[in-house]
Design a protein around this ligand. Structure first.
Ligand SMILES: Nc1ncnc2c1ncn2[C@@H]1O[C@H](COP(=O)(O)OP(=O)(O)O)[C@@H](O)[C@H]1O
Ligand SMILES: [Mg+2]
Length: 281
C-alpha cells in the first residue's frame, strides 16, 4: 500500500465505484442496494491501484455465499469479480465442507480468516485447473474475500449456465464435461465436488467450469465420494437432455488408470508436491 492516508484511499475508492451507488445509467442491473462494506472497499483498492479493476459495473449473480460482478480493468477489458460474503450464514454453510481438511487448521474458529482462506482456496484451485489446461476462467488476483478472474461471456451478456442452454449436440458437451472430470483428477489432481448444470457456463458451445471453492485434491480422504457425486450429477443432467451416457464405473476406470509410462509427467508431480507444502502453512 502506498503512503496515502486511509481517508484519501477511501475517497478515491468511493469515487471509482460511484456508479454503483448512484445508479447513474438507470440500467436495472446496476447494483443499487448492493453497496460494499468498508472492509471490502479496502480490499478492492489494491486491485484498482494495479489497474486490475477500473469499474465495477453490475452484479451478474447475487448468491447466498457471495456476489459476482461484471467489472472492467484499466484497458476496459471485462473481468469477473467474485466477492464472498463474510456473514455468519456463509461461514456455516461453507465450513462443513472443510471439516478435517488440514489446510484449514486454525481458521475455522475465526469467521473472517476462514472466509479469506476459502477465497484463497478457490483461487488456488482455479490456478491449478488453469495451469493443467482445463477449461476454467483464468485466475487473475485474490485478496481477502475477493477473487478476480477472467470474465466468461460477451459484453453485457454473461455466458449462460448449462441448465439454461438448449444443446444442439448434448453428447458432445457431455463428453467434454466427462473429460473435465477425468483430466481434472489426473492432471490437476483435483475433484470439483459441486459439478452441476449450475456451475458450468456455456461459451461458444463449449463448457467452462466455475465455482471451484469446494474442490479438493485427489488425495483428500473423501475425494472419491466427491468424484462419485460429480459423476452422478452430471450423468443425471445429461441423460435428461438425451446424451449418450457413459457408465460411472467406466469413467472411473479412466480416472484411475495407471499413468502411461511414456508420459513425461514427472515435472507435473513435483509441482503438485510443492503446491501441497505451501498449502499446509
Ligand atoms: N468468470 C465468470 N464469468 C462470468 N460469469 C460468472 C463467472 N463466475 C461466475 N459467474 C456467474 O456467477 C454465478 C455464480 O458464480 P459461482 O462461482 O457459481 O458462485 P456461487 O454459486 O457460489 O454463488 C454463476 O452461475 C455465473 O452465472
Ligand atoms: Mg455456483
Amino acid at each position: 500500500m502506498p503512503s496515502t492516508s486511509y481517508d484519501e484511499k477511501y475517497a478515491y475508492l468511493e469515487q471509482r465505484i460511484d456508479a454503483l451507488k448512484t445508479n447513474k445509467t438507470g440500467d436495472e442491473r446496476q447494483t443499487e442496494g448492493e453497496g460494499f462494506d468498508r472492509k471490502t472497499l479496502m480490499t478492492l483498492y489494491p486491485f484498482m491501484k494495479r489497474g486490475l479493476i477500473d469499474k465495477v459495473h453490475y452484479p451478474i449473480s447475487t448468491g447466498k455465499e457471495g456476489n459476482v460482478f461484471y467489472a472492467t480493468d484499466e484497458d476496459g477489458e471485462p473481468v469477473a469479480l467474485k466477492i464472498y460474503r463474510t456473514s455468519t450464514s456463509t461461514f456455516k454453510r461453507v465450513s462443513k465442507y472443510v471439516e478435517g481438511d488440514p489446510r484449514f487448521k486454525g481458521t475455522t474458529g475465526n469467521r473472517w480468516k476462514f472466509i479469506y482462506t476459502w477465497a484463497a482456496k478457490e483461487f488456488r484451485n482455479l490456478e491449478r485447473y488453469y495451469e493443467a489446461g482445463l477449461p476454467v476462467p483464468e485466475p487473475i488476483a485474490n485478496d481477502k474475500n475477493c477473487l478476480l478472474m477472467e470474465y466468461i461471456g460477451e459484453e453485457g451478456r454473461p455466458a449462460p449456465q448449462l441448465r439454461d442452454v438448449a444443446m444442439e449436440n448434448p453428447t458432445e458437451v457431455y463428453d467434454e464435461v466427462v473429460s473435465f472430470i477425468i483430466d481434472g483428477w489426473r492432471d490437476a489432481h483435483l475433484v470439483h465436488g459441486d459439478l452441476s448444470e449450475y456451475n458450468i457456463l456455456m461459451m461458444d458451445g463449449e463448457p467452462i467450469v466455475i465455482d471451484v471453492g469446494q474442490s479438493m485434491t485427489s488425495d483428500f480422504f473423501n475425494a472419491k465420494e466427491l468424484l462419485d457425486r460429480d459423476i452422478v450429477n452430471i450423468n443425471r443432467f445429461f441423460k435428461n437432455r438425451g446424451a449418450d451416457i457413459i457408465d460411472p464405473e467406466t469413467i472411473k476406470e479412466e480416472v484411475f488408470a495407471p499413468e502411461d509410462e511414456n508420459d513425461d509427467d514427472d515435472s507435473d508431480e513435483e509441482e503438485y508436491a510443492e503446491d501441497e507444502e505451501e498449502e499446509e502453512e
